[in-house]
Design a protein around this ligand. Structure first.
Ligand code: AMP
Ligand code: GLY
Length: 429
């Protein structure tokens, strides 16, 4: 089979790496890819994975490329092309593609849509209201007893969620989003939720329109600095499994969330084939969904795919075909930890083009796999080319072993200004 993978981050490197192990794959391209993706080879025939200089949002060009190469399957990593309707476009031209269609992508592209859906289908979530005017929005915040969370409806580069400690902050947040339009059209409507306390975990489920297969739990670390301090980032590290849910509790969450979710999708005429990634707060009153993402998490994918035993291509093909019910998803018993190495200054301004050394030594460390995110090849050297640069990932017999192996590999790698958290997975202990 010939595959095209779309995207250029650590998530896409993990997808490419795992798909390259499938004996079904004979040729693979990645648009646009990165320096690490370009080093991957196919297990079946040793062929290189070829990076193609096309952006993930250049839909007509991606379509033309997939047609020209006669790709048997296209796999979409990031949310933007999904929200733009890449799946609908490819399908209209008779091409097989994995990812959610435009209607299903609304779960991520509109928080108002998701909140209303959760309420309609009885999915456990925060007490919330949805508003298109500032006055009633502020009045609702006042009913929440001090703390509230104000969220812009649309995609806002991960910045549209404002956590407010009191009514004054809440009113300022509503004004910023709805009156000053800090996030443009994404802030025409807002969701306001009660502030929930607890451990936050990431869930992933692979869906085929009828069936949802839940993955083990994982946990992201969104803040830039140790101890969950500093600014919000795309994610500074992950681990799986988490100790916060037993297998029985996870199965219970799956029942309370995924069953009504899939039922609701069928009722609303949404053909949900792709990945569902709910963000969940484990509160003392049970698990509550904070938001839905309609794609694999980054860096959750890095820990999931290092733990996945099954052939990923077979799973994605079953997701597209609607035949997941008969498929068993097998996981390795080992734990996985991913430590993100970022550019100095990230998530603010940072320099690019810093030479990265030690990658070959890190790759030799037992259990380790270095996934590239913001990297490029320049004059024969691998250099930094983004905020999140590498996802240094390792498997171990338990979380402590995986954590030690990941940090041992991190110690081998150097670039000017590199920063990373030293407490990834520490919450588990
Ligand atoms: P979201 O994009 O909606 O997941 O929000 C981004 C982050 O804000 C989440 O990962 C949580 O850490 C935090 N957050 C969102 N909603 C709530 C809430 N209702 N209570 C507490 N924290 C929240
Ligand atoms: N891990 C955060 C995200 O993928 O949105």
């Amino acid at each position: 089979m010939k595959l095209l993978v779309i995207g250029s981050g650590g998530r896409e490197h993990a997808l490419v790496w795992k798909l390259a192990q499938s004996p079904h794959v004979t040729q693979m391209w990645c648009a646009p890819g990165n320096a690490g993706i370009a080093q991957e080879r196919l297990a079946r025939n040793g062929a290189e994975v070829k990076c193609v200089n096309l952006g993930a949002e250049e839909l007509p060009k991606l379509l033309a490329f997939a047609q020209e190469k006669k790709a048997d399957l296209t796999v979409v990593g990031p949310d933007n092309p999904l929200a733009l309707g890449i799946v609908d476009l490819f399908q209209k031209h008779g091409l097989r593609i994995w990812g959610v269609n435009r209607k299903a992508a609304q779960f991520e592209s509109s928080k108002v849509f998701s909140q209303k859906f959760m309420e309609k289908y009885g999915i456990p979530t925060a007490a919330a209201g949805t508003f298109s005017e500032a006055g009633p929005a502020k009045a609702f915040c006042a009913t929440l007893g001090g703390k509230s969370v104000v969220k812009a409806d649309g995609l806002a580069l991960g910045k549209g969620v404002l956590i407010c400690a009191n009514q004054t902050e809440a009113e300022k947040a509503v004004d910023e989003i709805m009156v000053s339009k800090a996030f443009g059209a994404a802030g025409a409507r807002v969701v306001i939720q009660e502030f929930l306390e607890g451990n936050e975990v990431s869930l992933h489920a692979l869906c085929d329109g009828k069936t949802a297969k839940i993955f083990p739990t994982s946990q992201d670390h969104k803040r830039a600095l140790d101890g969950d301090l500093g600014l919000n980032t795309g994610g500074m590290g992950t681990y799986s499994p988490t100790p916060f849910l037993t297998d029985a509790q996870l199965a219970d969450v799956a029942k309370k969330v995924l069953e009504p979710f899939m039922r609701g999708c069928v009722a609303e005429g949404i053909d949900y084939r792709g990945l569902l990634y709910p963000g969940v707060m484990l509160t003392k009153n049970g698990p509550k969904i904070l938001e839905f993402n309609a794609r694999f998490g980054d860096p959750e994918t890095q820990v999931y795919l290092t733990r996945l035993e099954s052939d990923l291509l077979e799973l994605l093909a079953a997701s597209v075909a609607g035949s997941l019910a008969g498929v068993e998803v097998k996981w390795k018993p080992q734990a996985s930890v991913c430590v993100v190495m970022a550019s100095g200054g990230y998530p603010g301004n940072y320099a690019k083009g810093k030479v990265i050394t030690g990658l070959a030594d890190a790759a030799k460390m037992p259990g380790a796999k270095v996934f590239h995110a913001g990297t490029a090849l320049k004059d024969g050297q691998i250099v930094t080319n983004g905020g999140r640069v590498l996802g240094v990932t390792a498997l171990g017999n338990d979380l402590r072993a995986a954590q030690a192996a990941a940090y041992a590999a991190v110690q081998k790698i150097h670039f000017d200004g590199a920063h990373f958290r030293r407490d990834i997975a520490a919450k588990a202990f």
